[in-house]
Design a protein around this ligand. Sequence first.
Ligand SMILES: [Zn+2]
Length: 462
Amino acid sequence: MNDQDRRAFMRTSAFAGAAALGLGHWPSAPSRGELVADLAIRDVTLFDSVARRMRPHQTILIRGDRIAAVDDASAVPIPPSARVIDGRGRWALPGLIDAHVHLTHVLYQARMTGDEILPLWVAHGVTSVRSTGDNVPAQRLLQHWVAAHPDLGPRIFPGSFLIDGATLDHPDVGWSLTDPAQVVPFVDDMAAWGVSTLKLYVGCERPVGQRVIAEAHARGMAVAGHLEHYHPRDAVADGIDSLEHIYTIADFIRANPADRHSVDLASDAAKRLIDQVAASGTAVDPTLMVFWGTLFFADQQEVVEHADNALVPRRLRDYWRADNPRRFKDFSAGPLSIRQQTFRTYQALTGMLHRAGVPILVGTDAAEPQVTPGASLHHEMALLVESGLAPADVLASATLGNAKILRQDAALGSVGVGKLADLVLLDADPLARIDNTRRIRHVVLRGAPLSPSTVLGTVSRE
Ligand SMILES: [Zn+2]
């Protein structure tokens, strides 16, 4: 055990101790009387995430936390005891999923805990989140918090510690694996903790990464990678499930390897790598928001003062501001015009990958600086439309595509009989204008209709 492993172990023990002291003994979930009656959303325009189109005049009947019926409005009898929401003039989406979040990392530096921000996702219609690297026992505590506050927390699909090389980039959530022989006990441990996604990080080398992918798949888990040493060409050949952040591709097609702003999309190398990713079936999760909010433009007033940032507790915003100079110094030393050009190149590459047939995920990297939990998913969707994806493709990615990468598409990501009843009800058509996804009337979470402003009101301003 090296020193950093020891620190991680100590931290794990501290969380286990907190659980033993009582944090683990949650009261049973508050009684949710409204769930006794069925809920019907009558005559709504429903987004079909499989066909990628709207279906008008649909009625959705919800019983408990599941969808009991969905069909043409005339074909679904509504029980007299049901609570009815009039869907006329409204649009329904499957609950949104953020494919790239952190629930302890980042917050750790701000001395905050995930329960302080979980309602922000719910209030924005994000009913599930995929962690891509966090402290593992702490995520269990957050799942307990959600079980006790089912109207305030999204479904949490836990991520592993960040699997790094000999040196940990992030000691608060990193885990060093340098020898393939260390992989099996680690993956067994993550499986026993109920982790969904194993995350390979920048220092991970191919022999370890390859072994992690094989062992994870053998246990029904997926592997995501933010890679620097392990070439994405090799990772997709080895069967990795998703590449995180568009620069996990862009950084490997630079004209000048020393300059991250020299990405050459017209090169043979770019064409070859895009073809290799497309042929592999691996998904790409561009997380354009972390480049916009944290890495490229954090010295710009419209980013630091963006209205979405006002939604997070002041302590998180203070940490963001204090951390900004450190976070973007490598990226943003150059003139603004160069950074803007690179951001447009990242968007163009995202469009090229989409046209080549690569599944695009919708993730944000919240709660990195200026990447506001919940709101940032809507901003990411707008950036993806700007990158050349059709709104219907973006909505399908943010629902069914993200559910598939979690291996949860049998229960989440589409609206069908027997699926979990997570929905977003909008006052305007998101296919006409992607920003209309922000015009949320109700969020249905675990079968319960929620008011976004009520949920938002539970988040501390301090
Ligand atoms: Zn991340």
